[in-house]
Design a protein around this ligand. Structure first.
Ligand SMILES: [Zn+2]
Ligand SMILES: [Zn+2]
Length: 304
């Protein structure tokens, strides 16, 4: 098997692009697609302060490596959602990456907002899905940290499979409001809302996994234990099955959506400031302050 570009021994075969690549050209190809997304959606330039939200998984950690390699002005944020061994081990792996990259890593302990409670404990108390509680906490902390520390954009590791799965779910349930807001870059719509960017959206999950393995990038293997059975995983599985029969279908599906949509219209609901914490929300209180309130009520009812 020979590299389509240089003719040397190829290590990787990418069915979805009909390419065979050696290690160097594979890296160049993946990094080039990241650069392309950043430019195409005018996410940020080399002078902008970028905060990459790193969970420890292959996607966010690889994104961090790629942004450093591409000479972007990037620092990383790790959010501690619990005080357990899994989170501690993950943090150590993330710290190892910070050392190799000589890139600054910030760590925020999100449990402090809830007197030490983890998303799992909060979700259990309020009878809500862990993923939604965890998502609310992460989004809030990410934005607040970025805003308070002068970052101009927050980059996350969402890949093509993630975005295509969300899109498929939105289409199946005709969630047109969600589709309206689905875009690789969300600009500032409120003074305290830092723009969000997803520079990996043109890269298949499988390719990011290969990128991490090939370049010896330390990361945690397992997906979040609470995401098992999540509906987005079901859509991902369906897309992977389709991909087996029609290589490239996931990319075409997502690109078709972006093309059809053209320029996004940001008819986002009117944002105001949470009356408790002052951060942007569509309601009178933000989701975090509402979570706190609900928890307080529960605790008062059943003191343990
Ligand atoms: Zn080559
Ligand atoms: Zn609030």
């Amino acid at each position: 098997m020979k590299c389509t570009i240089c003719g040397k021994e190829a290590l990787i075969k990418l069915r979805h692009y009909n390419l065979k690549l050696c290690k160097d050209h594979f890296n160049e190809f993946i990094e080039g697609r990241v650069e392309k997304v950043i430019k195409k959606f005018k996410m940020f330039g080399r002078k902008n302060k970028v905060l990459v939200a790193v969970s420890g998984g292959k996607d966010s950690v690889s994104l961090w490596h790629i942004l450093v390699k591409l000479n972007y002005n990037v620092e990383a944020l790790f959010i501690k959602t619990a005080k357990d061994e899994i989170v501690q081990n993950t943090l150590e792996i993330v710290q190892k990456n910070a050392e190799t990259l000589s890139s600054k890593l910030h760590v925020v302990d999100a449990t402090e907002m809830f007197e030490g409670l983890s998303p799992q404990q909060i979700a259990f108390t309020l009878r809500r899905p862990v993923c939604s509680v965890c998502g609310v906490i992460r989004r809030y902390v990410m934005n607040k940290f970025a805003y308070e520390n002068g970052f101009e954009v927050v980059a996350t590791g969402h890949n093509l499979d993630d975005e295509a799965a969300v899109l498929l779910g939105n289409i199946i349930h005709w969630q047109e409001g969600y589709m309206e807001r689905q875009w690789p870059y969300l600009p500032k719509t409120h003074e305290k809302l830092v723009p969000k960017a997803k520079p990996l959206v043109f890269n298949y999950e499988e390719d990011i996994r290969t990128y991490a393995r090939l370049n010896g990038i330390p990361h945690v293997q397992e997906a979040c234990p609470f995401s098992v059975g999540a509906t987005s995983l079901m859509y991902k599985r369906l897309l992977r099955e389709l991909e087996e029969e029609q290589p490239g279908v996931t990319l075409n599906f997502y690109l078709g959506f972006l093309r059809k949509k053209g320029e996004p219209r940001y008819v986002v609901e009117e944002l105001r400031e949470c009356e408790v914490c002052g951060y942007p929300t569509t309601a009178t209180k933000c989701s975090i302050c509402r979570l706190k309130e609900q928890l307080d009520k529960k605790m008062k009812k059943s003191p343990t």
